[in-house]
Design a protein around this ligand. Structure first.
Ligand code: MN
Length: 131
């Protein structure tokens, strides 16, 4: 079964790039443009991994991560924060909010799949298509 990855991201260019890379590497993608829709989609679809932008309208990514981790139905889904923040302490904040990992923007298509490989089921490193 294809891994399914939920992307919660409000920037269309980043959404497009992430979706493109993941699709090229055999991943099914679910998309949400804000935190509330992302949480609803996670509850409905039970994805294998959540890629979470931190700068989101309404709820920020930290609040989204905390809510997911406080819901026993979806708390087990790993979350990787994707953020352009480069300030000291952001990684710690993402981890404290319940994220399992952290990727900084801009996304590098050459290394992205390796960066998330450890969080995906059945995705051995070195078996990826190059976009
Ligand atoms: Mn954003």
């Amino acid at each position: 079964m294809k891994p399914r990855i939920l992307i919660i991201e409000d920037n269309e260019q980043n959404m497009y790039l992430l979706t493109f890379i993941l699709n090229r590497n055999g991943q099914e993608v679910l998309q949400a443009r804000d935190g509330r829709n992302g949480i609803d989609l996670a509850l409905r679809e039970n994805p294998d991994l959540i890629l979470l932008d931190i700068q989101l309208p309404e709820m920020d990514g930290y609040a989204v991560a905390r809510e997911i981790k406080n819901d026993p139905v979806i708390a087990g889904i790993p979350i990787v924060a994707v953020t352009s923040y480069a300030m000291v302490g952001d990684r710690e904040k993402a981890i404290a909010a319940g994220c399992s990992g952290y990727i900084e923007k801009p996304i590098n298509p050459d290394t992205f799949m390796d960066q998330i490989a450890g969080f995906l089921p059945g995705m051995p490193q070195g078996k990826r298509a190059v976009p």
